[in-house]
Design a protein around this ligand. Structure first.
Ligand SMILES: [Zn+2]
Length: 413
């Protein structure tokens, strides 16, 4: 495959992969949560075999790992993308198609009832006279993250048809990112060499490069009250719902997602349930800064202690579990995984936009396991909406970036 064939290969492969329905489902506990993800994983495996890749492992949980052996002594590199798409309550089936964007509003579907309005998405004007892949207005596009999947397939195809000196290249496709990064948690990182460079291809517009994410933790507060018939409750009843209310009332009303941006963190109360005898509060903690992140945990512990003293006959249990860690925390002295991307972006003439990622990524899970895994752009815009779109020129640059990184690996043995 030659560079002038990249856009055609990527467009056709992307439309093929998005036509396979593989939305994940949070209520299902098994991995993968939906059969479509396994269907897609099997197709990716077959396509890799057709490109001449032989070292492939497809696990029962739909985690697919392939290795393209290096041709010279060089640093090994991993690219990773997720095979599920998000459920926003629209159709799970994706009908992607290409439009030749002329800088004006255009219909997404044939009967012109769904219109893409440029004024609502002004960033698209940068791509006037470009081919853009869009939906038919009934679903997400699923460029998040089938654009990343397709770029990795393009990389495999390119390496199988071009003589490029490079180190071992690992391609990892994981299920169920959108429902709690479950594929990344399930992957055994010991299958990878220790000195590997690692990247997710799951980012946004052209040039975006993310190596700062939230630190994330989940919080569960279980409250046991004392229940009795309300008619004879005086001095006995401890209502767990009111205890829960007391706890929530001590939270900082400004330390919430709706009051934060950039690198600011928050505590989000995301679920509360209760009855006469028990109540439960669920929260998440997010912050880029590790100290502020840890300070929030201490703050919650203090609140719980205070409310426990106020209601000595209730029993309140606080449990905090780590979800993922800021990739930047784990970079330490070795910043090779950053510098090689800076060099590669320079080689393909794409200015870098370093963006803090206000969410978790599969890479943040790998980072908490000790493998820093920054996030590379796919070119996609407005993900998790029916107006999600993917300019083909940016998509092609995403493949060029992966190739440029691979080409630099012999420099970093
Ligand atoms: Zn994604």
């Amino acid at each position: 495959m030659k560079p002038e064939q990249f856009s055609e290969f990527l467009t056709n492969s992307f439309i093929k992969y998005t036509s396979i329905t593989s939305q994940s489902k949070s209520s299902i506990l098994e991995l993968p949560t939906t059969a479509g993800q396994m269907t897609l994983a099997k197709i990716l495996k077959e396509d890799l075999i057709s490109f001449g890749v032989t070292d492939i492992e497809l696990q029962d949980n739909a985690i697919l790992l392939a290795k393209i052996p290096g041709t010279v002594a060089a640093k090994p590199v991993l690219f990773m993308a997720h095979i599920d798409t998000t459920d926003i309550g629209e159709s799970p089936d994706v009908n992607a198609h290409v439009v030749d964007f002329k800088g004006v509003d255009f219909p997404l579907n044939k009967d012109n009832t769904k219109i893409f309005k440029v004024a609502d998405h002004p960033a698209i004007l940068k791509y006037t006279n470009d081919n853009i892949i869009v939906t038919d207005g009934t679903s997400v596009l699923g460029a998040d993250d089938k654009a990343g999947v397709t770029v990795m397939m393009g990389l495999a195809k390119f390496l199988s048809t071009n003589e490029v000196p490079h180190g071992d290249v690992y391609l990892l496709f994981v299920p169920d990112e959108e429902v709690g990064l479950r594929g990344a948690y399930a992957f055994d990182i010991n299958k990878l060499p220790k000195n590997i460079l690692s990247y997710t291809i799951d980012g946004g517009p052209l040039g975006e490069f993310g190596y700062e994410t939230f630190n994330g933790a989940g919080v569960t507060i279980d409250i046991k009250g004392v229940s009795i018939h309300p008619g004879s409750a005086k001095g006995i009843l401890v209502n767990p719902i009111l205890v829960a209310n007391d706890i929530i009332s001590l939270l900082d009303p400004l330390d919430t997602p709706e009051h934060s941006e950039g690198k600011e963190g928050f505590i989000l109360v995301c679920d509360i349930s209760g009855n006469a005898s028990d109540a439960q509060i669920k929260m998440i903690i997010r912050d880029f800064d590790k100290e502020r992140f840890d300070a929030r945990k201490v703050f919650l512990q203090k609140i719980v202690t205070q409310i426990q003293q106020k209601h000595p006959r209730a029993s309140i249990a606080l449990e905090i579990s780590e979800s993922y860690a800021n990739i930047a925390n784990n970079l330490k002295e070795d910043r090779t995984c950053i510098t090689i991307v800076e060099e590669a972006m320079n080689n393909i003439n794409v200015p870098i936009l370093v963006e803090p990622i206000r969410g978790g990524t599969d890479g943040a899970v790998f980072s908490s396991k000790g493998l820093p895994t920054p996030n590379l752009f796919t070119g996609a815009h407005d993900i998790h909406s029916v107006y999600e779109y993917l300019p083909v020129s940016s998509f092609t640059k995403s493949l060029e970036l992966a190739i440029a990184i691979v080409k630099l690996t012999p420099k970093y043995k």
